[in-house]
Design a protein. Structure first.
Length: 247
C-alpha cells in the first residue's frame, strides 16, 4: 500500500513528535532531570506499516507492537529498514521462538514460565535476550504482570535464567483514579526498582523504567520513567488511510 499524501503525513507526524518531545523535556526539567534520559518507543499498533516507515525517516526507529503476530507482520513489511522492534504486550510462550529474533527488547515478561522459555531460546541461539519485568502496579485483575509483593522472590530467581538479561521494570497505570492514581503507581514502580536493583544477580540490571503512555507520560517522566511508550498521541490529525482496520 502507498499512502496518497506522504508529505502531509510526514509533516503531521513530525509536528506531533516535536510537541511530544517538548512536553517530555518540560516534564523532565520540572523534576531536575535531563530530557536525554528519556527515550520514546513509538507504538505502531494503530497504524499501517507505511506510517512506521515514515517514523523511521523522521529519525524514530524504536517501534513497539503489543501483539506478537502483528509485530511479525509489520517487521516483514518494514524489512530493510533499521527498525529496533520492542514487544510491549503479552507474549504467549508458543510465540516466543518466532518473536525473539525480531526484537531488541521485550517489555512484558510476566511469569517465571516465560523467563524459562526465553532462557532456553536464548541458550539455543547463543545470544542473550533483553527483557523488562512487567509489574502489575495498578492491582487491576485484567492487567498483566508480577505483583509488587512477589518481585523480591522473582529477582532472587533471575540467576536461574542466565541467558535472559533483565534491564528494568515495566508498568501500566490502571484505568481508575486518573493522573493522581497513575502517579502513585509509577512511584511504586520506581521504588521497587530502587529497592530491588542492589539485589539483582550479576548479568541483570534494574535500570530502565518503562512507564507512561499517551494519557500519562508527563506524570511518568516526573516519577522517573526512562522509556515512555507512546501510540495515539503521535497519530493525532493523520488521515484515515493511515490507520489499520481491524487487528
Ligand atoms: C497501546 C499501548 C501503548 C500506547 O498506548 P497509547 O495510549 O496509545 O499511547 C503503550 N503500551 C502498551 C503496552 C500498549 O499496549
Amino acid at each position: 500500500m502507498v499512502l496518497s499524501n506522504w508529505s502531509e503525513i510526514r509533516a503531521v507526524l513530525g509536528r506531533n513528535l516535536t510537541t511530544v518531545q517538548e512536553r517530555i523535556a518540560q516534564a523532565a526539567r520540572r523534576v531536575g532531570r535531563a530530557p536525554e534520559e528519556i527515550s520514546i518507543v513509538c507504538v505502531t499498533k494503530y497504524v499501517v506499516p507505511d506510517v512506521a516507515r515514515c517514523l523511521v525517516e523522521l529519525g524514530y526507529n524504536v517501534l513497539g507492537e503489543s501483539r506478537p503476530q502483528v509485530l511479525w507482520r509489520k517487521a516483514e513489511a518494514c524489512a530493510g529498514l533499521p527498525v529496533r522492534w520492542h514487544l510491549v504486550g503479552p507474549l504467549q510462550r508458543n510465540k516466543a521462538k518466532k518473536t525473539v529474533p525480531l526484537v531488541e527488547l521485550i517489555h512484558s515478561v510476566d511469569s517465571l514460565a516465560l523467563l524459562e522459555t526465553l532462557n532456553a531460546i536464548a541458550a539455543q541461539r547463543g545470544q542473550p535476550v533483553d527483557v523488562l519485568l512487567e509489574v502489575n502496579i495498578s492491582g487491576e485483575q485484567a492487567k498483566h504482570g508480577f505483583s509488587p509483593q512477589e518481585m523480591p522472590a522473582v529477582v532472587a530467581q533471575l540467576a536461574n535464567y542466565p541467558h535472559v538479561k533483565v534491564q528494568g521494570l515495566m508498568g501500566m497505570a490502571g484505568l481508575e483514579g486518573g493522573l493522581s492514581a497513575a502517579r502513585q503507581q509509577f512511584a511504586l514502580l520506581r521504588r521497587l526498582r530502587d529497592e530491588l536493583a542492589p539485589l539483582c544477580p550479576a548479568g541483570n540490571e534494574l535500570r530502565e523504567l518503562s512507564m507512561g503512555m499517551s494519557g500519562d507520560f508527563e506524570v511518568a517522566v516526573e516519577e522517573g520513567a526512562t522509556v515512555v511508550r507512546l501510540g495515539s498521541i503521535l497519530y493525532e490529525g493523520l488521515p484515515s488511510e493511515c490507520f489499520e482496520t481491524g487487528g
